[in-house]
Design a protein around this ligand. Structure first.
Ligand code: PSU
Ligand code: MN
Length: 304
């Protein structure tokens, strides 16, 4: 698909035109979600996982003011090495970064936008943003939720971290009409752990059923995304007690330091990693790889 501000890599463009499976991947997780060089190593492993599963990876970002679907290894290295110096780019940031010719690391929301422009239907990531705890006072609600409401791309994630208010996040998604599918589970997963105590709308057990649901939604003209919640593999989940302690300590630290706005999520991720002695990072990497595999399987079924 052609768009004034979009550049697809030749591989991504050819796959989209031939209606072959493509999986979009985000870049905020590279620049803001993990430390260098693990972030670059992981981004390349995620791409390889998608490829090995028989789909084409399309890592998305803004490079020199161009929206990109499909990055070179050099571009991924740039985004990973510069880390927090690359602006975290959600929907509201795109006009500034594009008009100024700057780089940007795309969040779930803006990756959905780029993917949709490029004709990509399936996107795999780690966790989505949501309604933050204390949102009644701070109004901190991720733009990811509004994007899921409006933009027709399916997002595979390991649920959301309990730094968020998972109950309110699910209420919000219900209000805006986003189906929340548990892949092989009746429970909404809490990112580092398989359990949150909250249910999903529907459980589906095969990529084919997920692909059929996506087709049904979009064939009916029901625009907007679908959230596919894929729990972290059992052997890689964190101990629930350790996770809760780390999250509570990270939230208290953020509060004390007065961290606000888009800095909140990256701050919490880094604090949790420190507090768990790197265990959270290992779990994070494994769940992203797991989501990349499922994303590829769903994309293959969708384009069959
Ligand atoms: N949650 C995670 N890891 C992440 C993010 C969220 O577990 O890397 C990133 C994603 O890019 C997501 C963004 O779209 O943070 C949400 O940021 P905010 O809450 O500022 O919208
Ligand atoms: Mn926010």
């Amino acid at each position: 698909m052609r768009h004034l501000h979009l550049t697809c890599s030749p591989e991504v463009r050819a796959a989209v035109e031939d209606r072959r499976p493509v999986v979009a991947l985000e870049s905020t997780i590279i620049s803001h979600g993990m430390p260098y060089p693990k972030n670059v190593e992981t981004a390349l492993r995620v791409e390889k996982t998608v490829r090995d599963a028989g789909a084409v990876p399309a890592t998305c970002a803004i490079i020199g003011g161009r929206l990109k679907a499909g990055l070179s290894a050099g571009e991924i290295e740039t985004l990973g090495k510069a880390g927090q110096a690359i602006p975290k780019a959600s929907r509201r940031d795109l006009p500034f970064l594009v008009s100024q010719g700057k780089h940007g690391a795309t969040t779930v929301a803006s990756t959905m936008i780029v993917a949709h422009m490029a004709g990509i239907r399936i996107f795999a990531t780690g966790g989505i943003g949501g309604v933050h705890r204390g949102a009644a006072d701070t109004m901190d609600i991720s733009a990811d939720l509004q994007e899921l409401a409006n933009t027709s791309v399916a997002v595979v994630s390991a649920g959301a971290k309990s730094v968020l208010d998972l109950g309110l996040t699910l209420e919000y998604l219900e209000t805006v009409g986003v189906p929340v599918i548990g892949f092989g589970t009746d429970e909404f997963p809490a990112f580092y752990t398989r359990h949150s105590g909250f249910g999903v709308d529907y459980r589906l057990d095969t990529p084919g059923e997920v692909a059929a649901l996506l087709k049904a939604k979009w064939e009916m003209g029901l625009a907007g995304g679908v959230l596919i919640a894929n729990p972290v593999p059992e052997q890689h989940q964190l101990d629930a007690g350790q996770m809760h302690r780390a999250i509570d300590a990270a939230l208290a630290d953020a509060e004390e330091k007065g961290i606000k706005g888009k800095a909140v999520t990256p701050f919490l991720l880094a604090a949790i990693e420190q507090l768990t002695g790197g265990k959270s990072l290992e779990a994070n990497i494994e769940l992203v790889l797991n989501n990349a595999r499922l994303g590829a399987e769903v994309a293959k079924s969708y384009w069959q």
